[in-house]
Design a protein around this ligand. Sequence first.
Ligand SMILES: [Zn+2]
Length: 485
Amino acid sequence: MLVIRLNACYNRPPTKHPSVRMMIGPHTAQRVLEAALANGADLAELYLEDRASLNLSLEDSRVEGAVRGADRGAGVRAFYGNTAAYAYTDDLELESLLRAARAAAAAANRGHRQQPVLDLTRSPSTLDFPVEKPFEVWPEREKSALLHRIDAAARGYDPRIVQVSATYSEYSHRVWVFNSEGRWAEDERNIVEVSINVTARANSILQQARAGFGGQMGLELFERRDAQAEAREVAESAVKMLNARPAPAGEMTVVMRNGWGGVLFHEACGHALEADFINRGTSIFAGRLGQVVASPLITLLDDATVPARRGSYRFDDDGTPAQQTVLVERGRLTEYMWDLAEARRAGRRSTGNGRRESYRYLPIPRMTNTFIAAGESDPQEIMRSVDKGLYVARLGGGQANVAKGDFVFSVTEGYLLEEGVITAPVRGATLIGNGLKVLAEIDMVGSDLELDRGQGRCGKGQWVPVSVGQPTLRVPRLTVGGTAT
Ligand SMILES: [Zn+2]
């Protein structure tokens, strides 16, 4: 894979928010694609984007200055069988786009152009991710005021809250993808999010808690979610954990609360279902399509079409329409997540999972909104079924290995489960296990599927927004690394 960076010869003035509309027309796109095909590429693609962002952060009850970002650019990709060449530029003048196209074309020399550019036809989408209240409706001071209300709500919850920080972020992102097969796809993604960090103190014990919320929408987020209530909830979590006792260690039954816990399956199973790891044969799931890989209670989905979710879009960054993909159906492995390049390599169809952080990167297979489907158990019944175990209310950071599926995750809010009831909070628990083994052993799946609150970000050399989710789950035996002696 060849990636060429072309420098613009001038400093571009920052784009004014909101994004400019159509940056180039289909005729210009056609000329660029023709130039990219000149040396015998069998598929050429032009990707353009325009993004703007605003970040405000509150620290020590003060809101620091706003940070605005803006970026525009384009990339041209030429496919030659199983390889591709890519060149990008932050200058959108025709001459620069043609230079990028010629650079991508120059990567190979097959003599002459074999493929014509088909007529570019705009792809329709039935997906609607409406923005009811655009970001511009509130001036910056109103966004600052929101952070101050969060600060006051968290501090007001309990005198033991000694520190609060919070951020407000908004992102607008417009994307255009044209390719020589006639594809013309356009997308607009708007994301707003708030994060809240609090520290509680009692004597010498300091306890942090963090949470956030957001989604793909406008400022109507704050009509649907009460920011102050969220702040009080984070404060409550930190205060509760001040009294936590050391976590027990050893093998035990673990019940995971619905929602964000899905991050464990994102890391321990989701990445291993991305087609680049499959094509390279480095994933535990490679060569296992059609096989039973999980308990029959488990159906695992990746779905970029869910309204208001961070991982949703109309078209992926290859211009492929978004879809719902059933990865595991009642325990059986049914599909991987494909982008255009990996699908071509394997002779498969893209599942619309091609994503890139920006025009500076090539798209790669990525998750979107990935979750375990709802089961049939009453969540209360799941709790009642446990005599002695651990209830995981919030998971923190973790890591997992794609080749083996082994994972380690920290539990930031955990409780003992005793005779079916949540009792004492515990500190310092970690979950240690293997994703495949856990998938196979889960023996109760709740009916209460919930997606996370809208803060997920996935890193794989490139950052993209994602969502995760799950219903309440029971794992009969899982190793808990504790601190109790
Ligand atoms: Zn990830």
